[in-house]
Ligand binder design. Structure first.
Ligand code: BMA
Length: 333
């Protein structure tokens, strides 16, 4: 019995997982050592194309334990980052008390209709984390809209256009009581400020699954010919702590309240030393990706172990081919 098993592993029919995302060999691309001012860690960056360049809005944690956001810009999205000399977007607890303990984990979406970028971020209030939004044209002047979801809620990202006349937001509230499980929710708004029609979109699975009990969106949904491509994290609790890994889902193009597919397996997880060891071990946490329509390449920017910033690339067609082969979405697992 044992002999057969060994032969099988050593033989040509050994199967290995297909890696959809390829790590950039120069990882990590940014650490606190690169920062022009004192910082404990830099991680979980939002990403967008701006003025033909890749712009990251990194979460920077100071030695109080509070975070702010600072931009880093690169021509090729891989090297020669120009980092702003001072924080780009900071907490303003006097005018926005919900930002008392800092602002974290931004996601950027370009809103063609109003000609502005929306930055949706976590404000760390004394009542718990909640979702806030700011608008900007140039990443220099920001118009804060304040909180848009009460605590506890985070991991929010906006769709780039109205669907059936409404703006659409995904986010992750945590119910105080009830069955255990932090699920991804979806909501609608007329004006970006007041949100309603809340529904559960993607449920955390149960038991032994890699995405049991807690899930949240990572990068803003990407519009494709097949539907909205969603990258989300699942948090598995183990005896050694939590492991943050990433999976894919596909939403209906005209009705994103409908989940078409969801990967059973994770597609990216902590493997390299910089992902496994840091302030929080075993975390990969993207907040942004950029898609090059000419080459089909996706650059995914992620925080590694809550300590540094890394890059992995994938091809959109490969991701779509993969997700289309995944099972139809099942609600009860
Ligand atoms: C989540 C978020 C992320 C963080 C992750 C792991 O809840 O707060 O900012 O990267 O935990 O610590």
């Amino acid at each position: 019995m044992i002999k057969t098993f060994v032969t099988k592993l050593a033989g040509n029919d050994k199967q290995s997982y297909r890696e959809l995302f390829k790590r950039y060999p120069g990882n990590p691309i940014l650490t606190s050592k690169d920062w022009p001012y004192a910082a404990n860690t830099v991680f979980n960056p939002a990403a967008t194309m701006y003025d033909g360049k890749v712009l990251l809005l990194a979460r920077v944690e100071d030695r109080r334990g509070f975070s702010h956001l600072t931009k880093a810009i690169s021509d090729d999205g891989m090297s020669n980052w120009e980092i702003e000399e001072k924080p780009t977007l900071e907490a303003d607890p006097e005018n926005y008390p919900e930002e008392a303990w800092g602002i974290e984990d931004p996601r950027i979406t370009w809103l063609e209709e109003i000609g502005k970028f929306a930055v949706v971020y976590t404000a760390y209030s004394k009542g718990g984390p909640l979702v806030s939004m700011a608008l900007t044209r140039d990443f220099e002047i920001f118009e804060k809209l304040g909180s848009i979801m009460p605590p506890e809620d985070k991991d929010a990202a906006l769709f780039p256009r109205r669907i059936c006349g409404k703006w659409v937001l995904v986010h992750r509230p945590i119910p105080a009581r009830h069955e255990p499980g932090a699920h991804i929710w979806i909501s609608r708004s007329d004006d970006l400020k007041y949100w309603g029609q809340h529904h559960i979109l993607i449920r955390a699975r149960k038991g032994g699954w890699w995405d049991a009990n807690k899930v949240g969106i990572n990068t803003p949904p990407l519009e494709t010919s097949e539907g909205w491509l969603v990258l989300y994290h699942g948090v598995k609790q183990t005896a050694a702590g939590a492991i943050y890994r990433l999976g894919l889902a596909l939403l209906d193009l005209e009705n994103p309240f409908k989940v078409l597919r969801r990967s059973d397996e994770w597609v990216f997880g902590p493997q390299e030393f910089y992902e496994r060891k840091g302030d929080v071990d075993d975390v990969v946490f993207p907040c942004g990706w950029v898609h090059n329509k000419n080459t089909g390449e996706i650059k995914m920017y992620y925080g590694a172990a809550d300590t540094c910033i890394a890059l992995a690339t994938a091809n959109l067609d490969d991701l779509l081919e993969y997700i289309k082969r995944c099972p139809n979405y099942r609600i009860n697992e």
